[in-house]
Design a protein around this ligand. Structure first.
Ligand code: SF4
Ligand code: SF4
Ligand code: SF4
Length: 280
């Protein structure tokens, strides 16, 4: 019997929700562990093997020291897969790139604490190392992960859908949210999640990234029709895709700047934490 491919999972700046999706998948598809040998997976096991051929990397690169760790993984792994929107796109972590990094550090850690935590512009892992495949989404779709593993074990290259989410949504016979007065980014977003958000009544936020040649102008017109301001629309376009917008330069389809503006203060939170009765 041929040796099973050795697989390792790594996390960088992330909420670990994508790894959790895989742990959850293993509850129902335990057969997967008969096909591969997992040598490192902090979320699921204590062993830590350094001999692996396939590396799944979750999370964005958000500090200089991440780069060395990423390069070390790349040197070891024959195949590197970006796992989820943080690793694939930079994801929600890259929203902070809107402000000067020292302002973000002060905002989060305070004047005294900011020097204690290293941080720089958040970026997808492909900005640092070569990536062979990606599983988009926040979190990933578990069946897309399964599909990718199957393809890799067959020695075939996985291919992401390059058509919009609306195709999947229509196949599910959903009523279109944009026609019902609810904003949805389905027309410009890459399919593959089976239109899960619109199916449950929520507009798509673009977590799988854009389709090639997305028509942002037309999407903006649709969103303006919902009464959204251009700044609101920019915020939707950049929620998961800030890094991409930032690096499109003059072609970025945004009306406000996506590059850091020195000295611009971060918004004040209007969230009021619930006051709990002290435990006696
Ligand atoms: S892509 Fe989403 S679910 Fe996955 S680690 Fe990032 S924030 Fe968490
Ligand atoms: S609800 Fe969204 S994804 Fe579905 S058809 Fe309408 S715009 Fe497209
Ligand atoms: S519907 Fe949109 S936001 Fe929701 S999971 Fe799919 S791509 Fe992401």
């Amino acid at each position: 019997m041929p040796a099973k491919p050795k697989v390792a999972f790594f996390d960088f700046t992330s909420c670990e929700g994508c790894q959790l999706t895989i742990v959850d998948l293993l509850q129902t598809h335990l057969g997967l562990v008969n096909l591969v040998e997992i040598v490192q997976f902090r979320e699921a096991m204590t062993e830590k093997g350094e001999d692996y051929a396939i590396a799944f990397i979750e999370g964005s690169c958000t500090r200089k020291s991440d780069e060395d760790r990423l390069r070390k993984i790349r040197e070891q792994a024959a195949v590197v897969v970006a796992l989820g929107a943080c690793a694939h796109l930079g994801g929600v972590n890259a929203m902070k790139n809107r402000w000067a990094i020292e302002n973000v550090q002060t905002y989060v850690y305070g004047e005294d604490g900011k020097a204690m935590y290293e941080s720089y512009e958040a970026r997808p892992i492909s900005a640092v190392i070569q990536v062979d495949a990606a599983i988009p989404g926040c979190p990933i779709d578990r069946f897309e992960f399964l599909h990718l593993v199957q393809k890799m074990l067959q020695g075939r290259a996985p291919k992401l859908p390059d058509y919009p989410l609306c195709v999947e949504c229509k196949l599910k016979e959903n009523a279109c949210l944009n026609k019902l007065g609810k904003p949805c980014l389905g027309p410009i977003t890459r399919a593959g999640c089976n239109a899960i958000c619109p199916t449950y009544g929520d507009g798509c936020e673009g977590c799988r990234g854009w389709i090639p040649e997305a028509n942002f102008d037309e999407m903006r017109e649709i969103l303006r029709g919902h009464g959204l301001s251009d700044a609101d629309i920019d915020a939707r376009f950049t929620m998961f895709n800030h890094y991409q917008m930032q690096h499109m330069g003059d072609d970025a389809p945004v009306t406000t700047t996506v590059s850091p503006v020195k000295d611009e203060p971060l918004p004040t939170s209007t969230f009021a934490a619930p006051q709990e009765e002290p435990v006696r």
